[in-house]
Design a protein around this ligand. Structure first.
Ligand SMILES: *Cc1c(COP(=O)(O)O)cnc(C)c1O
Length: 360
């Protein structure tokens, strides 16, 4: 029996993907060895990297002017690696939507980048994506940095800001969940463990010309994008099994309608859950403002922390795990990533109705 998994990351994977990996685990394609026993330089593994990369390109529309990399150190290393490679002393613009952008700002400052926080939703407890206009941005900036979906607060950009310099986007918690406008994207990255695979792989899509900005005399080789671009992500041994699982996840995304298919399903799921919260607003208080609500992480509060614990604990007994909010903010969070089905969300909504009836 498998649980219904609302974990924020690492998170649930589709059963068919897990089964495929299980079937191939002892002997990949009849070769008599497992992926985890195989050289990263083997033709078989290189084919997996090629396959994943061509799917990433096709799904989002990234052309040859972009490099697709599989790095380590998590999305967190990117907080530092980005300014290390892309800051040239001009202003680096950040929009602060809490935790993940806070951390990125902190790292950029440590590295001496000229950080400017262009907009923030801090004064309202990060319950929305701050609105910006073109006038907020400079065309003489090194880049404009955003996090497309705040995993902890449950807020998500509907449209990317109209910045005048290139956009750097942390998309860790909404990778492959919807089509995006890539016209102004310089770097698009994320840890794949939220929505697209297991932990240990950071997908980084970067415009090659941006990567070339790096000052090679200042940045250690392994931390330069140019190094990994030249080595096709194999300057050091990559997370081979993680990349393999990521490739299987992309097959699943494509089989299920691609990014549009994912988006349609994600909208349906989110609608169902937010409608339930709105209907029972005496009992469940949504955190995010309506126009900033995330399709991925649905955050809400009950009347007290005790009641929230009871909610999460009894849900667990009923086979639904991962509903406790992030330790930094408390509350309840249901992460309804691509692998969570509409039926899973229906089960949660039924449970919410029942719980409100019993405890209201
Ligand atoms: C989880 C998360 C991170 C951190 O990812 P790691 O892989 O643990 O470093 C960064 N940004 C966002 C938006 C996240 O959800």
């Amino acid at each position: 029996m498998r649980v219904i998994n609302f974990n924020a990351g690492p998170s649930g994977m589709p059963l068919s993907v897990l089964e495929k990996a299980k079937d191939e685990f002892l002997s990949y394609k009849g070769l008599g060895l497992s992926i985890i026993e195989m050289s990263h330089r083997s033709a078989e593994f290189e084919a997996i990297v090629e396959s994943a990369t061509s799917k990433v390109r096709k799904l989002y529309g990234f052309g040859d002017e972009y490099a697709v990399l599989y790095l380590q150190g998590g999305a967190s290393l990117q907080f530092a690696q980005i300014p290390m490679n892309l800051s040239t002393g001009k202003v680096c613009e950040y929009i602060d939507t809490d935790t993940w952008t806070n951390k990125a700002i902190k790292e950029a400052k440590i590295l001496g980048a000229n950080v400017k926080v262009v907009a923030s939703s801090e004064s309202e407890n990060f319950n929305h994506i701050p609105a910006t206009t073109q006038d907020d941005f400079s065309k003489d900036a090194d880049y404009t940095y955003i996090c497309s979906n705040n995993t902890i607060r449950g807020t998500q950009y509907k449209e990317f800001p109209k910045s005048k310099s290139t956009l750097v986007i942390d998309s860790s918690s909404d990778l492959f969940s919807r089509p995006i406008d890539i016209s102004n994207v310089g770097v698009f990255y994320g840890g794949v463990q939220k929505n697209a695979g297991p932990a240990g792989v950071t997908l980084v899509v970067i415009k090659k010309e941006l990567a070339n900005r790096v000052n090679e005399s200042k940045v250690p080789s392994i931390l330069r994008y140019t190094t990994q671009i030249k080595a096709n992500s194999m300057s050091n041994t990559p997370n081979t099994f993680g990349i393999y699982m990521f490739d299987l996840m992309l097959d699943w995304v494509i089989e299920n309608g691609g990014l549009l298919g994912m988006q349609n399903k994600n909208i349906q799921k989110a609608k169902l859950l937010y409608s339930a919260i709105d209907e029972m607003s005496e009992f469940y208080k949504g955190h995010a403002k309506v126009d900033s609500r995330s399709l991925m992480n649905v955050t809400f509060n009950l009347a007290s922390a005790d009641l929230e614990s009871k909610f999460a604990n009894e849900a667990k007994e009923a086979g639904m795990i991962g509903l406790k909010g992030h330790r930094s903010v408390g509350g309840i969070r249901a992460s309804i990533y691509n692998a969570v089905s509409l039926d899973d969300v229906k089960t949660l909504v039924e449970y919410m109705r029942e719980f409100a009836r019993k405890n209201g």
